[in-house]
Unconditional design. Structure first.
Length: 287
């Protein structure tokens, strides 16, 4: 059989496609990744042989025999492993689909790690009953780890903080030291301050921490700005995530750009406008 695989969207290698590729190659099928990124189209048509993905159906899953495949990393020529060590979550946040899609946290096979770098997709890694075993494995094997979906700041304690400090944690490009967390609810301010101090106490540097900030869901603009101030004062990096990619609020988009592009280092929010970057370029050209 000749099998064609298409990645319709997303910048990361598609985990489902890599598992499908591994499954079909084991059966002796010829697998081809059809690359649409190098072509420019006015319109693209796709015929669905099967339906999958959270954007289509929260309950749709790969067949178990495919889900359990070790991904075919050759498909996207990746030099790192990618996958889940657990699925589901102990939280049930109103803005998140994980509990509805995957249920309570549970362990899944941990055999996809076949290189010295790994991108983890776990929704709540530290809530896994085997978090300690996994961290010790990464330390022992000297594996570079990206906790791409973020760690739960509420679950930080002296024990897991000390182990995290010994892990070779990195961003998703494996260039910068990075641990990801979130500060989505203003009520977590005291916890964020307490738990970050635990991380600092074990030697993790503030500049290694990036905190996602959800805006446009159920917080006011004053609460959004205050959360930014808290994170800035802690010396960590804030990063704004707009709820459901809302396009109806120019203020939210401006606020996200001001923070995510680090313009706050040069101009106060009250003096910022969406043309700030253009103005900087104009000044630069004149100099």
């Amino acid at each position: 059989m000749k099998v064609g695989l298409i990645q319709v969207d997303g910048k990361w290698p598609n985990l489902a496609l890599m598992k499908l590729s591994a499954f079909h190659k084991k059966k002796g099928d010829e697998v081809t990744l059809i690359d649409l990124s190098s072509h420019v189209f006015d319109r693209v048509y796709a015929s669905k042989i099967f339906v999958g993905g959270s954007g289509v159906d929260l309950k749709s899953e790969l067949p178990k025999e495919i889900e359990l495949q070790v991904p075919d990393y050759e498909l996207f020529k990746t030099d790192y492993s990618i996958g889940f060590t657990s699925r589901g979550c102990i939280r049930d946040c109103g803005f998140c689909i994980v509990r509805e899609k995957e249920g309570w946290i549970r362990e899944v096979p941990f055999d996809f790690v076949v290189s010295d770098k790994v991108i983890l997709l776990d929704n709540n890694f530290l809530a896994s009953p085997k978090w300690k075993e996994k961290l010790e494995f990464f330390i022992r094997q000297k594996i570079k780890v990206c906790f791409s979906q973020g760690l739960d700041i509420r679950l930080i304690n002296k024990e897991n903080a000390e182990l995290l400090s010994r892990v070779k944690y990195y961003d998703n490009h494996f260039r910068r030291r990075r641990l990801y967390f979130s500060f989505d609810n203003p009520k977590l301010e005291a916890i964020v301050k307490e738990k970050t101090q635990i991380l600092f106490d074990v030697g993790i540097l503030p500049k290694h921490l990036l905190f996602y900030m959800l805006v446009g869901y159920d917080t006011t603009k004053e609460e959004d700005y205050h959360r930014f101030e808290v994170l800035r004062d802690l010396g960590v990096l804030p990063f704004v995530m707009i709820y459901n990619g809302r396009r109806d609020s120019q203020r939210l988009r401006d606020f996200a750009r001001w923070i995510n592009q680090r313009y706050y280092n040069w101009v106060e929010w009250k003096n910022y406008d969406r043309h700030y970057r253009s103005k900087l370029l104009e000044v630069s050209k004149k100099q």
